[in-house]
Ligand binder design. Structure first.
Ligand code: SF4
Ligand code: SF4
Length: 88
């Protein structure tokens, strides 16, 4: 399974909430108290259980291009030849 993570450039965020609304894994939240350099409550990425899949929906919808998505796809298992039997 692909594991993802995002980085939000919080000082560019205008607090529109679109990314937090569309994230299917519910790992983006709006800051309730903190303000960024532009005076908005910015989006925050909180994913302690690593549920982000790297789907990139948040990055696509962000009108200010604040979100960068990183994906890690595990290497495929190598086939092993054991006593003439091919096993994965
Ligand atoms: S990449 Fe997908 S799962 Fe990860 S934070 Fe963005 S919308 Fe949510
Ligand atoms: S979509 Fe972009 S501008 Fe809107 S809250 Fe999310 S990071 Fe901020």
């Amino acid at each position: 399974m692909t594991v993802g993570k995002i980085v939000i450039q919080q000082d560019r965020c205008k607090g529109c909430t679109l990314c937090s609304t569309v994230c299917p894994q519910h790992v983006i939240f709006m800051a309730e108290h903190d303000l960024n350099a532009r005076g908005y409550h910015p989006a925050q990425y909180l994913d302690p259980d690593h549920n982000c899949t790297g789907c990139a929906v948040c990055a696509v919808i962000c009108p200010d291009v604040c979100i960068t998505v990183y994906r890690e796809t595990p290497a495929p298992k190598r086939a092993k030849l054991t006593e003439g039997v091919l096993s994965l």
